[in-house]
Ligand binder design. Structure first.
Ligand code: SF4
Length: 326
């Protein structure tokens, strides 16, 4: 199947912090990422804060232009940010942020905000616009009569439903959801995740689901890419990652996911915090925190290579080198 999104060799550099005595060192927030997203697929991107997940998500939408590499959408090169063709394409790819209150305009009613993309892209007006807005509200579990309300009059979960309705207004083919439930109460998170899953099933939308919460990712994603310091260190189906993570970093993340009715046995505690991306460790960037590191890890960079059908890992101790590939 042709990929909807195809990213090759993505690098995003930012200027690092300057000090009185030192020049700024460029920070490679995303450092050589290849990935694809198939139509209708949900790809999870996981990792700790600072791993480059959000930057990668914005790069897939063309919001953050790559320093190196390129992205295609439906086999067409991503147009430059804010160009007329990018604005047209934007209707087919939407972003859902973590904080719905920040994403909404406090001065506009809910109905106006959901209808805005329909007006901007010339998709509906007048009575048809009103009907489409009401229909979108119902689809996301809001009542029609809530359209006259303002964002501050709704709960956090309701506000995120408004953001989702607005994202759906242009019938997108791709949704990038960046920590879409992490600002919500735990009791509301499952409702919003279920809503996203139902909408994805019914509309066949491809989704990139960025999260540090592996419980949620397990619930919604078909495939998972694990990021560490700007690089993908493991990529596999969700079942493979959660049943038998290959990379020591993935193993540590998965070991911390609670399983209902089971004590957290065998949890792997990571040493320290992720390093400053401006001071990337040599060799495998994970080696200062890795309990399995060998001498070569401090000098040789492991490549992301296939270790079994449909899965890849970037570790010198990968299954292939040990002859354990399933
Ligand atoms: Fe650990 Fe070495 Fe594998 Fe990196 S390459 S994850 S340091 S064993």
């Amino acid at each position: 199947m042709t990929a909807l999104i195809n990213a090759k060799g993505l690098v995003r550099c930012y200027e690092g912090q300057k000090s009185l005595f030192k020049r700024a060192t460029p920070v490679r927030a995303v450092d050589g990422v290849d990935l694809t997203v198939a139509p209708g697929e949900t790809l999870g991107i996981v990792g700790e804060s600072g791993s480059g997940k959000s930057t990668l998500g914005r790069m897939l939408l063309g919001i953050d232009p790559p320093t190196e590499g390129h992205v295609t959408f439906d086999s067409q090169p991503m147009p430059p940010l804010q160009s007329p063709s990018w604005r047209t394409l934007r209707a087919q790819m939407q972003l859902i942020y973590q904080d719905p209150l920040a994403a909404l305009d406090r001065r506009l009613t809910i109905a106006d905000q959901i209808g805005e993309p329909l007006e901007i892209h010339g998709l509906a007006k007048g009575a048809e616009l009103k009907e489409r807005v009401a229909d979108l509200m119902v689809q996301v579990g809001l009542r029609r009569d809530q359209g006259d309300r303002y964002p501050h009059e709704l709960s956090g979960g309701q506000r995120q439903r408004v953001v989702i309705a607005r994202a759906l207004a242009t019938s997108p083919r791709l949704l990038v959801c960046d920590e879409p439930v992490s600002a919500l109460d735990v009791s509301i998170q499952a409702q919003v995740v279920n809503l996203l899953r139902d909408l994805q099933d019914s509309h066949g939308i491809a989704m990139v689901f960025i999260s540090h919460d592996l419980k949620v990712v397990r619930n919604i994603c078909d495939r998972v890419a694990v990021m560490y310091l700007g690089r993908i260190v493991e990529e596999a189906s969700s079942d493979q990652i959660f049943a038998s993570p290959q990379h020591p970093y993935s193993q540590a993340l998965v070991s911390s996911v609670p399983v209902p009715g089971k004590a957290l046995e065998g949890r792997i505690l990571l040493k320290g915090e992720p390093p400053n991306p401006a001071l990337r460790p040599t060799g495998c960037a994970f080696h200062p925190r890795c309990g399995s590191a060998v001498a070569a890890c401090a000098s040789a960079v492991p490549l992301l290579e296939p270790v079994a059908a449909g899965r890849s890992s970037a570790c010198h101790l990968s299954s292939v080198s040990k002859g354990l590939a399933a």
